[in-house]
Design a binder for this molecule. Structure first.
Ligand SMILES: [Mg+2]
Length: 235
């Protein structure tokens, strides 16, 4: 079946970065902002716990944001009404400084332009653990925020996280497409390649490869973003 839809991961794929270091810097900065309400170390601990809860959640009736908020505000005793404006302000004023921990690659734009010229539907299949504002910001850093994405998976909208295969099922249902007509591109040998379990074609981008132990799922293709560009030319 011909490929009609390109699902692209963001961190380490469209936007080259050392994801582990980026997350560390992000949490450090956010903890600093929240420090008037909670000691930094305790905050990071609760943030990670609530994020974990969101990642393992498999309840289709709760958005990722709902799971996160329940756990985070439940465990910290902080008030959502008080903290939400602090978080919002963080994302608009502090978050942009994290661009320094990323290394935009012009090929990302060429890949999306090529896919678009081939008539493919474009989806940003980033792990939906972030609010849309933070995802839009990173798309800007990558220089690709002006593309007409059919779907950008955010924590406000989605009900599952990678590496849960239900994350990919939800995308397929939303787009009303067959797995066989999708190509998932990502840099994480677990979180992105799990799409292969659903018969989605996968491309493992090696530029910022993340591989924890053995690969359970083999990619259909693997190589650099430039190799991906060449593959798209053949579609
Ligand atoms: Mg990634």
């Amino acid at each position: 079946m011909a490929i009609s839809t390109l699902l692209c991961d963001l961190d380490g794929t469209l936007l080259p970065m050392d994801t582990e270091n980026f997350m560390k810097q992000y949490m450090r900065l956010l903890a600093q902002r929240v420090s008037p309400y909670m000691p930094a170390q305790e905050f990071v601990h609760k943030l990670l716990a609530a994020t974990h809860k969101m990642v393992i959640n498999n309840d289709p009736l709760k958005t990722n944001r709902e799971v996160f908020n329940e756990e985070f505000f439940g465990s910290t005793g902080l008030r959502k009404e008080e903290l939400s404006p602090v978080f919002e302000d963080f994302y608009s004023r502090d978050f942009p400084s994290l661009a320094q921990y990323t290394k935009p690659n012009a090929v990302a734009r060429q890949v999306l332009a090529k896919a678009q010229s081939k008539g493919l539907t474009l989806v940003v299949a980033t792990n939906p653990v972030f609010p849309m504002t933070a995802i839009r910001e990173r798309l800007r850093w990558a220089g690709v925020d002006d593309f007409g994405f059919r779907l950008v998976t955010s924590y406000e909208e989605m009900h599952f996280c990678k590496p849960n295969p239900n994350y990919y099922r939800e995308i397929l249902d939303y787009l009303k497409v067959n797995p066989e007509e999708c190509l998932m591109v990502g840099n994480d040998a677990e979180e992105d390649l799990v799409a292969g379990e659903l018969k989605i074609t996968t491309f493992l981008v090696e530029d910022c490869l993340i591989q924890r132990g053995t690969m359970n799922q083999r990619p259909d293709y693997q190589g650099s973003m430039t190799d991906l560009l060449r593959l798209l030319e053949t579609l």
